[in-house]
Design a protein around this ligand. Structure first.
Ligand code: FAD
Ligand code: NAD
Length: 462
């Protein structure tokens, strides 16, 4: 490609530099294809690095340290009252964590020969992109990969625009530690960022419209988290909607269904994310969107209805997780290079990085039963785990679901500290169709929390 030409010609143009996009571009380069990434922000990392996974986990780590210091009082260790300085905390998150990883991604792109172009990409047809950036230019491609991600959904019926009403991106900037924070939505973001703010000192009120936190997640896993959240947050209102928000003095007045107006200093809206598929010129191509949600329709090789265009990541639908986007990115690259790759993974792990963490993969009990499977289920309470006792955390649970007929492990759910790391072994077991007896007969180091998975398997062998 010759930079500065009016029309550049490349093998692969990737639209969007998040985990889906950069994974696709890097794999294309490894396969000998010339790949460029066009990103509106002219940098690689996307929502995950700059306004999602990474900054939120940095702040959750700080929250975990604070909680652990508080727990240590029980063990006769008192660090005194924590003093939180927001400037150094923001600087650490932004420069030492996000900045360092961003520079790393830039270096990888350079090493692999992937060019990053700044600008908004719009399809003109099935082989041409117009780039609206500093200078208008066009790119002609043999294949394109759309990886434009998602954006926060607005709160339906509430139009107030105020810097006190934040989405997750604004909340991660940590503008201050509000005395009273209203969190709307009891899903991943509401619980993770609610935990951050509550631990830093805010009185957090959470409003969730369904009957429980993390709708759709196994209740056995949610229960220990719910108990912790009930203590940590000032209030949790389930089956409740926010019907109005208005500016009042220095704060926000919120109308909660069935209750009087309540004052808050800030509000975090976390009611889901929606596909960023609009304004991309997709109508000039043969790609098709889903009727609900406007996601790009793809097959198991990440092919859209247009033979020249692939799509990966959040813009293709649920689950909107970075590791799904990354796997899809690699699959798309291999598929367009003519290799026999498919996104045929059995298990996509999910982790909610709260305290305790919740993680699961494969089928839960209800899903397995709904498929007509004859299931065997084993639950191991962490109260019996030596490792859990040594860290003062008996509040965990490991749950294993197996197919009674084949003896295969079909799903695992874990709640407790470190569940997000523990789920890796379970995911490997489900993905590789391991038998319950394989997990039971595998030696697990003692004393570790991983032993609870082995015990869950042993319990099913009788
Ligand atoms: P994105 O990361 O959204 O990247 C899309 C990119 O496309 C952006 O850089 C954007 O600038 C660019 N773009 C969009 N339109 C155009 C255009 N027309 N032209 C050029 N460029 C364009 N997932 C996890 O797995 N684990 C977590 O812990 C986790 N935590 C999260 C925490 C928060 C607060 C949020 C908001 C999300 C979190 N996620 C997490 C979800 C994760 O961030 C997404 O699943 C992931 O970023 C999706 O990757 P993607 O490549 O599909 O898109
Ligand atoms: P979510 O879908 O996880 O949760 C949204 C919650 O808001 C749901 O519980 C829903 O019932 C509730 N809700 C919807 N409308 C409401 C209303 N009007 N009033 C009150 N409650 C309402 O969405 P999210 O928390 O915004 O996160 C978006 C996505 O980002 C997640 O689904 C996930 O894919 C991704 N994410 C992942 C992680 C992680 O992997 N650890 C962390 C953060 C975000």
């Amino acid at each position: 490609m010759v930079m500065g030409d009016l029309v550049d010609e490349v093998d692969v143009a990737v639209v969007g530099g998040g985990p889906g996009g950069y994974s696709a571009a890097f794999r294309c380069a490894e396969l000998g294809l010339e790949a460029v990434v066009i990103d509106a922000d002219r940098r690689l990392g996307g929502a995950c690095l700059f306004e999602g996974c990474i900054p939120s986990k940095a702040l959750l780590h700080v929250a975990a340290v604070l909680s652990e210091a508080e727990r240590a009082k029980e063990w006769g260790v008192d660090f005194g009252e924590p003093r939180i300085s927001l400037d150094p905390l923001r600087k650490w998150k932004q420069e030492r964590v996000v900045g360092k990883l961003a520079r790393g991604l830039g270096a990888v792109a350079k090493a692999k020969g992937v060019t990053v172009i700044g600008g908004r990409a719009v399809f003109e047809d099935s082989s041409t992109l117009r780039i609206e950036g500093d200078a208008l230019r066009k790119i002609r491609f043999k294949h394109a990969v759309v990886a434009t991600g998602s954006e926060p959904s607005p709160l339906p019926g509430v139009a107030l625009r105020s810097e006190r009403v934040m989405d997750s991106t604004a909340a991660l900037e940590l503008p201050d530690i509000p005395e009273r924070l209203l969190v709307i939505g009891g899903g991943y973001i509401g619980l993770e960022l609610g935990t951050v703010y509550a631990t830093l000192g805010s009185r957090v009120t959470l409003v969730e419209m369904t009957e429980g936190l993390l709708p759709g997640v196994d209740r056995d896993l949610v229960q220990p988290l719910q108990r912790r959240i009930d203590k940590l947050f000032a209030a949790v209102h389930l089956r409740t909607k926010v019907t109005g928000l208005r500016e009042a003095g220095d704060g926000i007045e919120a109308l909660l269904e069935g209750q009087g107006p309540q004052p808050f200093d800030r509000v975090l809206v976390a009611v889901g994310r929606r596909a960023r598929s609009g304004g991309l010129g997709l109508e000039t191509t043969r790609t098709r969107l889903t009727d609900r949600g406007g996601f790009i329709r793809i097959d198991d090789r990440c092919r859209t209805g247009d033979p020249h265009i692939y799509a990966v990541g959040d813009v293709t639908g649920e689950p909107m997780l970075a590791h799904r986007a990354m796997r899809q990115g690699k699959v798309a690259a291999e598929a367009l290079a003519g290799r026999p790759a498919a996104f045929d993974n059995v298990a996509i792990p999910a982790v909610v990085f709260t305290d305790p963490e919740i993680a699961w993969c494969g089928l839960n009990e209800a899903q397995a039963k709904a498929q007509g499977m004859d299931t065997k289920v084993s639950k191991v309470q962490w109260a019996a785990s030596g490792r859990a006792a040594t860290i003062g955390r008996a509040d965990g649970l490991t749950k294993l679901v197996a197919d009674a007929r084949s003896g295969r492990v079909v799903g695992v759910g874990i709640v407790g500290p470190g569940a997000g790391e523990l789920i890796a072994e379970a995911t490997l077991a489900v993905e590789t169709a391991a038998l319950v007896e394989d997990v039971a007969a595998t030696i697990h180091a003692h004393p570790t929390l991983s032993e609870t998975l082995m015990e869950a398997a042993e319990n099913l062998l009788g």
